[in-house]
Ligand binder design. Structure first.
Ligand code: HEM
Length: 418
């Protein structure tokens, strides 16, 4: 159970484990389910493709076709929702992630200008150097927590360099990211406490102050970084407002950290569970890109993606009211046997891998190619500098505190140098 859970959340968690009348249960907070949700997902796809969580304002959806249809239709399925029971005064303005077209389209267009594929490609050499350094230090220690040694620092150093903030501040980013994501997902089921919202707002104010200073600096002295790009961003004459720019910077800092950390950790865990796949990858490095996408599909770092129905409708015989919150389970959609042949199998050479792990439609992940490249680079560095790696013990690994994410917060490993 996540440490941050309050007693009222625990009470809700106990109620959320709800029977549909035929023995089917889906409790997204249950630790055993979180460790291995795939049998429940498979049954849900067959028998309960739409599952209302009795007593809560949430309906879960599990099939690929439904998830894809929902994510690509922002007119019917909005990303803009207030969580029931939250004091609107305490709700911060949403980032572009929480907006619908046309407001979303405008912001996405602006950030696309600053966050170009060229910026990502230009970083590849630097990324290899950072990963090589982190892995070399880890190999020297022989026994390490890979999260601390590699999977956390690599994405945070890279995004800090892209944005143009000093990497020395990364402990601060970690704290900010942790606070921002700790209760993510719970809020859909249980209104967050006033204390949690205040804590969140305090962190947001700290981040606003931090980025305001840096943005002022870039206005005076532009550099070759994303911060300068955002300050200068212009689309059809419409500049980002200062508040919009701050929301965007915070989104970029937070969205890419936990997610990519989890992707690299999930990749290592999947390879440890599949020694044949690991051996194949060691022998055929050309498989790294397909292997990373297979980890995205098979062990999706972001498990769920919520939307709000903008009108009443019916889904597989269930009435969905206007304003109903619907959770799309990406982790389930990505194992859907109607789309992925032998979908439960981890196959590093899988082709035509149309997973939804980076979302779909207008909110499709802005950092997808960056995340893919970081994971490929991290795995390459690990394979290059080790002849083998293994778990130090069989103790259950600590899960990420948010039900949105699939990943572990520590991964002790023994590394054998080449
Ligand atoms: C493995 C790593 C990652 C995963 C699994 C992931 C996942 C996702 C998903 C599922 C969405 C769609 C959300 C929705 O439909 O509402 C999304 C959006 C987004 N991601 Fe990522 N992401 C990853 C890495 C990154 C990185 C590295 C960045 C940083 C640059 C980033 C920035 C964003 C942004 C800005 C959005 C919002 C896009 C929009 O609203 O138009 N992500 N991501």
């Amino acid at each position: 159970m996540p440490a941050a859970m309050t007693s009222s959340e625990r009470a809700v968690r106990d109620r959320v484990d709800d029977a549909a009348g035929d023995g089917f249960r889906f409790d997204p907070f249950d630790v055993a389910t979180r460790r291995d949700p795939y049998a429940v997902f498979a049954r849900a796809r067959r028998q309960h493709p739409v599952f209302p969580h009795a007593g809560f304002p949430v309906v879960s959806v599990f099939r690929y076709a439904d998830v894809q249809r929902i994510l690509k239709d922002p007119t019917t399925w909005s990303n803009n929702f207030t969580i029931p029971g939250i004091d609107p005064e305490l709700m911060p303005d949403p980032s572009m992630l929480g907006l619908d077209p046309p407001r979303h389209t405008r912001l996405r267009g602006l950030v696309n200008q600053a966050f170009t594929p060229r910026i990502v490609q230009g970083l590849e050499t630097r990324m290899h150097a950072i990963a090589a350094e982190l892995v070399a230090a880890a190999v020297e220690r022989a026994e390490v927590d890979l999260v601390e040694a590699l999977t956390y620092p690599l994405p945070v150093i890279v995004i800090a360099e892209i944005i143009g903030v000093p990497p020395e501040d990364r402990d601060r980013f970690k704290h900010w990211s942790d606070v921002a994501v700790e209760g993510l997902g719970y809020g859909l089921f249980v209104p967050p406490t006033r204390e949690r919202l205040q804590r969140l707002n305090a962190v947001r104010e700290e981040m606003d102050a931090y980025f305001s200073v840096l943005a002022d600096e870039r206005r005076r002295r532009p550099r070759e970084d994303l911060l300068t790009g955002l300050v200068q961003a212009e689309l059809e004459g419409s500049h980002l407002t200062h508040a919009e720019m701050l929301r965007m910077l915070i989104l970029l800092l937070v969205a890419g950290n936990e997610t990519t950390t989890n992707l690299i950790g999930n990749a290592v865990l999947a390879l440890l569970d599949h020694p044949d796949a690991l051996a194949r990858l060691r022998a055929e490095r050309a498989l790294l890109p397909s292997a990373v996408d297979e980890v995205m599909r098979w062990s999706s770092p972001v498990q769920m993606d919520p939307r709000r129905a903008t009108r009443a409708l019916e889904l597989h015989g269930h009435s969905i009211d206007a304003d109903q919150l619907v959770v799309c389970w990406l982790g389930s959609a990505n194992r859907d046997e109607d789309v992925f042949p032998d979908g439960e199998r981890f196959d590093v050479a899988r082709t035509d891998n149309r997973h939804l792990a980076f979302g779909f439609g207008p909110h499709y992940c802005l950092g997808a190619n960056l995340a893919r490249l970081e994971a490929q680079v991290a795995l390459a560095a690990l394979l290059d500098r080790t002849r083998a790696f293994e778990r130090i013990d069989d103790a259950p690994l600590p899960l990420h505190p948010s039900i949105v994410f699939r990943g572990v917060t520590a991964l002790p490993l023994r590394l054998h140098p080449r």
